[in-house]
Every structure is written in C-alpha cells, then in structure tokens.
Design a protein around this ligand. Structure first.
Ligand SMILES: [Zn+2]
Length: 513
C-alpha cells in the first residue's frame, strides 16, 4: 500500500507493562486520532484495555483485527510505535507480517510508513531476519524512532560532535532519582581556533593546505590530536553541524535476495534534517561563502593525471616517496626548444618542502631513462630474481589447482550425504554430524585457496620472456611515440621509477612489474 493510497486505517492501542503513566492510553488515542484526522483517513479504534499478554493469541482484540485485515477492510494499522503491535517471538511476528503482506496492509506510526509487502523497503522484515524480536523493539523503537525524534527536537544523537564541540553530561537530581541529560557544548579555546580557520579561509583567502600548515607550525593540535591535514580543515569548514543543522537517517538497512543485510546511503531528500539545540557558531552566509570559495578552488585536473607526460603516475621521489609533479613546457631561449619539468612538491605537515631538486625533462633525462631500461635484460641479478619468482609462481599454480579439486570433491561429498539422508540411510543427527565435519574441512580449504591466490596476486609479475618482449616493444616504438603512448609503453612493464638528484647527477631506479 503506497502512502497516498491509504484511506481506511485501524488504530490499535495497547497498554504495555513498561507504561508507568496511567494516562498513556488516552494520550496515544488522542495523538493517533489527530494524526488520522490530519491525513483525512477513516479510522476504527481497536483497544486492548487491560495490560495484555505478550502473544497475539492472548490478545483477543488484535486477533479480531487481523481477521478483518485478512478480509481487506483496512489499508493500514496505525500504532504509536512498532512494539505496540507485537511482543511475541519471531514466529508470531512472522505470522503478523504474513497477514499484513498478503493483505497489502501497511503499518503506520506517526513517523513513518512500514510497508511489509515491499521487500526492499521493509526494514521491519530485514531487521526481524537477524535480530530476536525483543531486540527489534529495542532497535526500531528506542533507537530509530528515538533518534529521529532526536533530530527533529534538535538533540545530538550520533556519536561525537565535531570540533570545537564536545559532549557534556549533566546529572540532574529529581524526585525520581538522578537523570543524565547530555548536552552539546562549545570548548572556548577550540572555538577560537575554529573562528581563526574560518577567518583565514573566508577573509584572508588562505587555502585549506596552507591553513593546515599554519596550525601545525603553531603547535595547535588537531581534532584527533595529530597533525592538521587539508582534509581535516576542509571537513570542518564544510560541516553543517556548526550551523545548528541536525541530520539523521543518512543510511538505511536493505535486504538483498539472499537475505543479507547491508547499509545503503540514502539521497539527501530522504534524510531527516532538523534544527539542533546546540550553539550555532557558523552563520548561513559564512557557510555559503565557504561553499563558493571551495567551488572556485576545485582544481582542474592536471595534464599529468590524464597521462600527458611519459612518466606520469609512475615516477616517485626517492627522498620522500611521494609522486613527482610535472609542469608544462617553457620555451628555452638559447635552444629555442620547449621542455617540460618535473619536481617533487611534497610538503611535510609543517609546510616544509621536500629537499629533492627537480629537473628539466630534456634529451638527457630521457636518454638516462631509456638506457636504464634497455640495460635491464643484461642485469644478471634481475634475471636470477625473475627465474626464482617464476619457479615459485609455477608451484603456486599447481597448489591452487589441487585445492580447487579438493573443494569440488567436498561439494560432491556433501551432496551424497544429503541424498543419503533423503533416502533414509542417514538420520538427521548423523547428517548433522557429517555435515559439520565436512564444512570444517571446506572452510580450511577455502582459506588455503585464498592465501594462495593472494600470494599469486602479490607476485604477479611478468615472466622473463614477457618482460623482454615488452622491453623490445618499448625500444622499437619509443622514439616516434607521443607522450601518451610513451606513458602507456612504460606502464606496460614498469611498476615504479624512483627519481633522485644529487648535485647534477640524476639517478632513476626502475622497479619492473
Ligand atoms: Zn620528495
């Protein structure tokens, strides 16, 4: 039943053991009838007056209601919360869902519609599949609904609040005993830092990277106590929490065909967004300004990322390990030629630049590269290493085949035992024992298979023959290839080129695939 197709509802009311307040039924009745009026639904009241049993069969009213639902008299049951409907075991809950599903009858609470006939949407069913019913009550009602209310009423409900906020637990004495009321507060010292970050970004036009350096240089500790990074600064700047926005329900549980539960992200329009009850320390106009600047600063992908330089993506700095950067050609006056440059532009958390010096990528540079690669086949050690690795690789292949065969055998064995049980040769008890034994064996085989595959993956390297074939190909095509083609040629057999410069001496070490 779609939300907008609901016309007739059954309002179900029940007093629960946990309800201390005598007035609770009256309050629920009022809330639910109001809700029905608001939606222009026709309703009928079903009310269990005494504190009723946990199971459906001890609750005459709910049984009556189910009969009438099966009779297709209602489009939905309206309840205050899911746990009003059933408190029995899983089997009973399953029965309830079956009736609702067969009659295309939804469950409606003031917060949302649960549609048992829609398997994908049905959080009720998916949660019921893995949790005991009692836990379902706890999760769906206390947590889910509670959190949703929380977001609407502006209570902070999810984990730790972002910098510079913190959780404060206030203990209040009342006549009913002590009560802990959590509130979100602002740490005054950290607040100053936060204000500084905003100011640097908005008014002083400082980028997130420079802000991180700025803070690290002054020894200011980051939200996680380590160094500030570009990502930390940018996350803080863009966070909506500081504007007082409370968000809940960014994800939802889904069940796939095999009954596996996974968590999916929901589109923004489905989130529950409300106003938080914590202090606002970023105005909407500040936020919009931050968004505008961020948008503006979005980098245009550099040519390096598109593989425009022969060594793009495979050349790394020996001094810091980070990837080398490239800059496009400058016309050299004396030679009249255009040369590209490479350099390391990595900076440490304090903003200090790597000491590696860059180089002009001229004929010399490429000759060094070409010669280093061309000589690889004459390198005895390299050849030996390849030979050893390929021997190990050959043995791994054999072992993998063997494990695969054993797994197939085990599967056959399992089938035979099941057939024996079906034919009455085995008792259920015997089947269970045999099956368990086989499953243990299978598990260990599968893990052996996984280990071997991982090892194979890690060694995945070119054979000596394949490597020299690719090197030959590289030698043949290099001279007349475009930048992109050169990049592809290098990537066809090279994992890494490690760049280093001492004085004017350039060393390139090659790691082959
Ligand atoms: Zn470096």
């Amino acid at each position: 039943m779609k939300d907008n197709e609901i016309k007739n509802v059954a309002i179900y009311l029940r007093k629960s053991r946990d309800d201390g307040d005598e007035d609770i039924l009256r309050k629920h009745r009022m809330a639910l009838t109001d809700f029905a009026h608001k939606n222009r639904w026709k309703y009928e009241l079903f009310e269990e007056d005494a504190i009723s049993g946990e199971f459906l069969n001890k609750r005459p009213i709910v049984s009556q209601l189910l009969d009438r639902i099966e009779n297709l008299e209602f489009d939905a049951i309206l309840v205050k919360a899911l746990d009003r409907l059933s408190r029995g075991d899983e089997a009973e809950y399953g029965e309830l869902l079956r009736v609702l599903r067969n009659s295309d009858c939804s469950i409606v609470t003031p917060e949302r519609v649960y549609n048992p006939s829609d398997l994908n949407e049905s959080m009720v069913i998916s949660i019921n599949g893995i949790f005991a019913h009692r836990e379902l009550n706890a999760i769906v009602n206390r947590l889910q609904e509670g959190k949703k209310y929380g977001a609407k009423e502006g209570k902070m409900t999810n984990g730790k609040p972002p910098y510079p906020y913190y959780y404060h637990k206030e203990i209040i004495d009342s006549d009913k005993g002590q009560k802990i009321i959590p509130t979100v507060r602002v740490d005054p010292e950290k607040h100053k830092i936060y204000e500084k970050i905003k100011e640097l970004y908005i008014a002083q036009n400082m980028g997130t990277e420079r802000i991180a350096f700025f803070l690290n240089q002054r020894g200011i500790s980051s939200p996680n106590g380590k160094n500030w990074t570009t990502a930390t600064v940018s996350r803080l700047l863009l966070h909506e929490f500081h504007m007082g926005v409370a968000i809940y329900g960014k994800t939802q549980w889904k069940e796939n065909r095999a009954g596996k539960i996974r968590v999916v992200k929901l589109p923004r329009e489905k989130w529950h967004i409300g106003r938080g009850d914590w202090p606002i320390i970023k105005t909407e106009s500040e936020h919009n300004e931050i968004l505008r600047i961020t948008q503006q600063n979005l980098r245009v992908p550099s040519r390096a990322k598109q593989g425009a330089f022969p060594t793009s993506g495979i050349m790394f700095c020996q001094k810091c390990g980070y990837s080398m950067r490239y800059s496009l050609g400058k016309l050299e006056a004396k030679s009249g030629k255009v040369y590209n440059y490479t350099k390391c532009s990595h900076k440490n958390p304090m903003g200090k630049k790597c000491e590696q010096r860059g180089v002009k990528m001229d004929e010399n540079f490429y000759n060094t590269l070409y010669n280093t690669i061309s000589k690889c086949n004459t390198n005895k050690r390299k050849v030996l290493e390849i030979a050893q690795k390929s021997e190990r690789l050959r043995r791994i292949e054999i072992e993998i085949e063997e494990v695969q065969r054993k797994i197939e055998d085990i599967d056959k064995q399992l089938k035979r035992i099941k057939a024996a049980y079906a034919a009455g040769v085995y008792t259920l008890e015997e089947l269970k024992i045999e099956k368990k034994d086989i499953e243990v064996k299978k598990k260990s085989l599968l893990s052996a298979y996984q280990n071997l595959s991982e090892e194979r993956e890690g060694m995945s390297m070119l054979s000596e023959k394949e490597l020299s074939k690719r090197v030959e190909n590289f030698k043949e095509k290099w001279a007349n290839a475009s930048s992109e083609e050169k990049n592809a040629l290098l990537k066809s057999f090279i994992k890494k080129i490690v760049y280093n410069r001492e004085g004017n001496k350039i060393t390139l070490s090659i790691e082959y695939q």
